[in-house]
Design a protein around this ligand. Structure first.
Ligand SMILES: [Zn+2]
Length: 230
């Protein structure tokens, strides 16, 4: 880590992605924080144009700052999608200054938006780790969890409803078979059914036996009548 004068309102420290630049004193909105500096690369020179690193800051079509030098403290500033600072680019002066766009409190990490090109090339493939994106991811995960729970509950409710339906059906079937058995109309050869049906048959036989004992009388009378008339 580079040595930073205690007069400066920042220090290099541990951040979510590795190292970052943190405020050590209150920084007012609009105040210059630190200059982004390094050797100027001329895209017209083949040697310069071949240089490739994460700290290149393009000023215009021709000039680029190579910020990979150790003394460039601004290179520790991480990207954020909702930053508290910005890069103030002055192409004519071939100068870039990082400036606060909000009041920054001591302890707060300083960050600025690296721009769409950098985001697409380096951050999108690995997933942006800035606070705003982390919050968004957390919210999405919580929503997904809630949705999974909602579906689980829905399935459980459905299963309960199905079970209740089945129970009712079984109860109805049992009641029907029990009442059929009591009426003796059961077609199933159950023990109860057979016994009850047997009793019915017995009484039916008893009735016809009584009838046959009574019935011959009028026939006798008829016979007598026919005999008398004869
Ligand atoms: Zn982000």
């Amino acid at each position: 880590m580079p040595a930073i004068s205690p007069k400066k309102p920042y220090r290099v420290g541990r951040s979510r992605t590795g190292l970052g630049l943190f405020a050590t004193k209150p920084i007012k909105k609009g105040a210059k924080i630190v200059r982004y500096f390094g050797p100027l690369l001329d895209s017209r020179k083949k040697k310069d144009d071949a240089i490739e690193n994460k700290y290149l800051f393009e000023l215009n079509g021709r000039w680029t700052i190579d910020g990979s030098v150790r003394k460039n403290v601004a290179r520790y500033i991480n990207h954020a999608c909702r930053p508290n600072a910005e890069s103030d680019v002055m192409p004519r002066k071939r100068k870039v200054v990082i400036r606060a766009i909000k009041n920054i409190s001591p302890g707060e990490e300083i960050n600025y938006d690296y721009g769409t090109d950098y985001f697409k090339a380096y951050l999108k493939p690995i997933g942006c780790k800035c606070d705003a994106c982390e919050r968004k991811r957390k919210k999405k995960r919580a929503e997904a969890r809630a949705e999974r729970l909602r579906l689980k509950l829905k399935a459980a409710k459905k299963a309960l409803k199905e079970a209740a339906k089945l129970e009712l059906k079984a109860k109805e079937t049992l009641e029907r078979s029990l009442s059929h058995g009591l009426n003796g109309n059961s077609h199933h050869p159950t023990l109860n059914g057979n016994l009850l049906t047997g009793r019915h048959r017995t009484s039916a036989r008893r009735v016809s036996a009584t009838q046959s004992a009574i019935l011959p009388k009028p026939r006798d009378n008829q016979d007598r009548q026919s005999l008398a008339s004869a």
